[in-house]
Design a protein around this ligand. Structure first.
Ligand SMILES: [Zn+2]
Length: 639
């Protein structure tokens, strides 16, 4: 059973502080000071008196001090409505990153962590994690190389921030005439702003872009929007990405390994780039045919060759024609607030928790907060913030922030935040999946119950972290979970077996196209992280150019690829690698995704353990066997 902490009274609950710009700066500086003092105490422990308690426990406490400041700061950096707060966050995060590199280059600390005699699994794992972080930050490199490593880390942090900022703060507006908007649903036409000539004015938020690309009958208008959309970060982000790639290559050289991918993957489930490439080759051998088959059907529908800006439009027409599925009409089935209550409900049933809405101050009036309680004991587990709707200057995608971790040793309780950009009225089926995906990360954060804060929920290997989230997407596609939705919206149309079958058939169509794209992103990432990386746009136009739909002149997709500008470099393959695991985990539920005993077991064996043990060990313990990729490859083929 999972242990729980006693219920806290309301005013003791940990919350996200809503900081002003000057508070961000002050709190950041104070946290760095305090953490430095604590680490100096560890440094001062005589080598013959080292214990797990005076090194590892104290280390965890020092990093908790950092997290108390930088957990909230890194979230507010992406979502605070006030630009000055977001900008102050950028500066604070650079200071933190520089502090952390320095910390992991400290030989005195290295020596002390190395000398700890671990007595438990979590101590042993924490020691291993820290030693690896020391090695990866250059503690064993000669002084000059170590200094260069620090410079590179700081510069790449700064560049990744600028990359993200250029997209987040992009306020380009496009104008479309009413004719160009023919086919758009009335709800969309009523919502979007117009200029004095009655033309529609839109930006790059999902609720603007996706419905347009899915429904506008005007191919030229779709093409114009598509090209603008892929240029959200260009041209500056192309320069940034090239500089980042060159710096990463230099890191590989400092370590004397052939590529940045070698440097990164040794800490991942895959262990080396060869395993990644072997996996991606396997994917390609299956995906090529499936993609050609899907594209042929779309081209037939259009009556001529399909282009990239046609993709959403003709997929939707095919879904309508063949499966009688209309994404816009689905919003009636999945009103946003009902879908959120439903998602909390199925999480409660599966994992034995309870969500209680509490009014707390937040960074924006749209944001809602829930206490998470253990259903059995009523004990307080942690807190969840949901920030669901788009606004200016806010992060543009969907993501989960593990704002605060968990630690049994210090009775620390977790907070996670969900950030999305949904339509207020209702979700399409794709968006319902996105909601569940991100909430899968949130649950991983909230339900972990580890000894050390450093091992909290989503701190797992980067090529495992997308497994619990991609697993949870499946709850959007099964009758036993979906039929519970009506309990949260009695007026909504009923979701019956026939609709679920059609939804799944419609979702299956295009799997070849989707995985073909995922494969392309992954090989592109591996190429930029490879032994001889070239310019990002040059590499991309060549690689995309070799696919059936080719490269579209004037597009600059790499300038929007935030994943590889930040922590997912040499790691994008991890989505598919983790999908293999995700679908295998789903198979453990058999015919009933609402099976509570399997849910409880998953919580106990995998989610509660965070990164206390290697992911592979946890997964195999849960499955009772090694991972199988059968369900994954069947999904691509569309079986
Ligand atoms: Zn994810």
């Amino acid at each position: 059973m999972v242990q729980t902490l006693p219920r806290r009274v309301a005013d003791e609950r940990p919350t996200i502080p809503i900081l002003t710009a000057s508070e961000v700066t002050a709190i950041s500086a104070a946290a760095l000071d305090e953490a430095r003092k604590r680490l100096q105490q560890i440094e001062a422990v005589p080598l013959d008196q080292i214990t797990p308690a005076n090194v590892l426990d104290e280390w965890d406490r020092a990093t908790i001090v950092l997290e108390d400041a930088f957990g909230p700061i890194s979230l507010l950096n992406s979502v605070h409505p006030d630009k000055s707060v977001r900008d102050a966050g950028d500066d604070a995060i650079i200071d933190e990153s520089s502090f952390v590199t320095e910390l992991f280059q400290n030989e005195q600390l290295y020596e002390r962590v190395r000398s700890v005699p671990p007595t438990s699994i979590s101590e042993k794992q924490l020691q291993k994690d820290l030693l690896e972080a020391f090695e990866d930050s250059g503690v064993a490199l000669p002084t000059e190389k170590r200094a260069r490593f620090k410079e590179i880390s700081e510069r790449t942090t700064e560049l990744a921030q600028e990359f993200a900022r250029n997209i987040r703060e992009n306020d380009t507006r496009l104008t479309f005439t009413p004719d160009e908007c023919e086919g758009l649903p009335p709800s969309w036409l009523e919502r979007v702003p117009r200029d004095e000539n009655g033309n529609i004015v839109v930006g790059f938020d999902y609720p603007d872009y996706i419905p347009f690309m899915t429904n506008s009958r005007d191919e030229r208008a779709r093409k114009r929007y598509y090209i603008a959309y892929t240029n959200r970060g260009a041209p500056r982000n192309l320069e940034i990405l090239d500089e980042i790639v060159a710096l990463r290559k230099e890191i590989a050289q400092l370590y004397g390994v052939p590529s940045f991918a070698h440097y990164v993957t040794k800490r991942r489930m895959v262990e080396n780039p060869e395993t990644v490439m072997k996996f991606l080759d396997e994917v390609r051998s299956v995906v090529t045919e499936a993609e050609m088959r899907d594209l042929a059907q779309l081209s037939e529908m259009k009556g001529e060759n399909i282009n990239r800006w046609d993709m959403l439009f003709y997929r939707e027409r095919l879904r309508e024609k063949r499966y009688a599925i209309d994404q816009e009409a689905l919003r009636k089935y999945f009103p946003t607030s009902a879908a959120v209550s439903w998602m909390l409900d199925i999480s409660e049933r599966l994992y034995g928790v309870r969500f209680e809405r509490v009014d707390l101050p937040t960074w924006h009036e749209d944001v809602v907060y829930f206490d998470v309680l253990d259903a059995e004991s009523g004990g307080f587990i942690g807190g969840v913030y949901l920030d669901l709707y788009p606004r200016e200057g806010k992060y543009k995608h969907a993501a989960a922030w593990p704002v605060r971790g968990v630690s049994r040793k210090t009775a620390r309780q977790p907070i996670s935040a969900l950030v999305t950009n949904f339509n207020r009225d209702g979700l399409t089926h794709d968006e319902l999946e996105t909601l569940l995906h991100e909430f899968g990360h949130v649950l991983h954060g909230i339900l972990s119950h580890t000894e050390y804060n450093e091992h909290s929920g989503t701190s797992v290997e980067r090529d495992f972290v997308e497994a619990p989230s991609q697993m949870f997407e499946e709850w959007a596609s099964r009758l036993e979970s979906l039929q519970l939705l009506r309990q949260h919206c009695p007026a909504c149309p009923e979701i019956d077996e026939s609709l679920v079958k059609r939804l799944n058939a419609a979702a299956k169509f295009g799997a070849g196209i989707d995985y073909g794209r995922q494969w392309l992103y992954a090989v592109f990432d591996m190429s930029l992280s490879g032994p001889a990386p070239r310019g990002a746009l040059e590499t991309w136009s060549e690689m995309e150019g070799a696919t059936p739909m080719g490269y579209v002149e004037g597009t600059a997709f790499p300038a929007t690829f935030e994943h590889i500008a930040s922590g997912y470099a040499a790691g994008y393959y991890g989505y598919m690698w983790a999908k293999v695991i995700a679908l295998d985990l789903v198979s453990a539920f058999g015919a009933d995704l609402m099976n509570q005993s399997v849910g409880r077991k998953l919580r106990e064996i995998i989610l509660s353990r965070g990164s206390e043990e290697p992911a592979r060990d946890l997964v195999e313990r849960f499955l009772g066997r090694p991972v199988s990729s059968d369900a994954f490859f069947a999904r691509i083929i569309g079986e």
